[in-house]
Each structure stands twice: as structure tokens, then as C-alpha cells.
Design a protein around this ligand. Structure first.
Ligand code: MN
Length: 172
């Protein structure tokens, strides 16, 4: 092979190789917060998230219980897409500080100890803070009794809108 053509082929191979590395997806980073239940694996549902998140299942699907609980850890700026759950969801923040919003309401700052109640069918998102990791337990009926509807990504403008502290609701 002509030397110039060989070098060209090597350069092309390098471009393909770097592209392949990029396509391999998010890189695992260890959370600088105590995720309490463990950081788990890179979230297999990441296509419905902007940024990188991690999933640690807490309740096996083989145990017969009718609820599901998973710990989700968000890197800074990572957030879910807008979405709803047909039978709702409760988020228990266990570490760090993040953001959450229900459609039509102000963005909320959520911290360790906060309990976020998402009623059935209500559009919302949840995620890390602009500069902070956040870890929450997502508690909801098992997937066959709680269909998610995934919508659009949360834009940077939506994500960075002025936020107010979350206030836990007092159960009636
Ligand atoms: Mn949700």
C-alpha cells in the first residue's frame, strides 16, 4: 500500500475508534455523596434522561410485593425527561441536593429528607442540582400497575429557572 494511503487509512481508523468510544456511552463516576443504598449501575433507562444517572434496585420483582423501590443517583445537571406515572410515585431524597418540578408549578430544590409526592398522571421531572449530586428512592407500584409516559427532555431554560425550597406535605 502507498505510504500516504496507509497513513490516511490509519487516521480514518483512529476516527472510527474514537467514535466507537464516544458511542460506548456515559462513563461511571463515583458519587461524592453517601448514596445510602448504593450507587448501583449506570441507569439502563438512561435514554429517558438528560445526563448520567445510576440505578440501584431495592425490591426484587420476584418477591410478590405490589410495590417497587429503586435508588436513583443523579450527577449534577442530570434530570429525567418530562414524564408521568399512571398510578403516581413518591420520591424519598436520601442524599445530596437536586431539583424537581411539577408541570405548571415552580421548580423546587429537594434535599435529604424531602418527600416528593407525584400524583397519578401528573407531568413532572426530577434530577440533580446544577452543581450537586442527588440520590433518591423512587417508590411506586410495580411497573405492570404503573405505566410511565415519557415526554420531552427538560430544556436548559426549564431546568435553570428560579427554584424554591420544597416543603413536605402534612398528610391529612
Ligand atoms: Mn417520576
Amino acid at each position: 500500500m502507498h505510504k500516504a494511503r496507509l497513513l490516511g487509512s490509519l487516521a480514518l481508523a483512529a476516527v472510527i475508534a474514537s467514535g466507537a468510544a464516544f458511542a460506548a456511552g456515559p462513563q461511571y463516576k463515583t458519587a461524592p455523596i453517601d448514596t445510602v443504598y448504593g450507587q448501583g449501575v449506570i441507569n439502563p433507562y438512561g435514554k429517558f434522561f438528560t445526563g448520567t444517572s445510576y440505578l440501584q434496585p431495592l425490591v426484587g420483582t420476584d418477591l410478590g410485593v405490589v410495590f417497587n423501590a429503586s435508588n436513583v443517583t443523579f450527577e449534577p445537571c442530570t434530570r429525567t425527561y418530562w414524564h408521568s406515572h399512571s398510578n403516581g410515585q413518591v420520591l424519598f431524597v436520601v442524599a445530596g441536593e437536586g431539583r424537581h418540578q411539577i408541570r405548571g408549578q415552580q421548580v423546587e430544590i429537594i434535599k435529604t429528607g424531602d418527600v416528593v409526592i407525584v400524583p397519578p398522571g401528573v407531568e413532572h421531572w426530577h434530577g440533580g442540582g446544577p452543581d450537586t449530586w442527588m440520590s433518591h428512592v423512587a417508590f411506586a407500584p410495580v411497573p405492570e400497575n404503573n405505566t410511565p409516559t415519557w415526554l420531552d427532555p427538560v430544556t436548559d431554560e426549564e431546568y435553570n429557572a428560579p427554584a424554591k425550597p420544597h416543603q413536605n406535605q402534612q398528610p391529612k
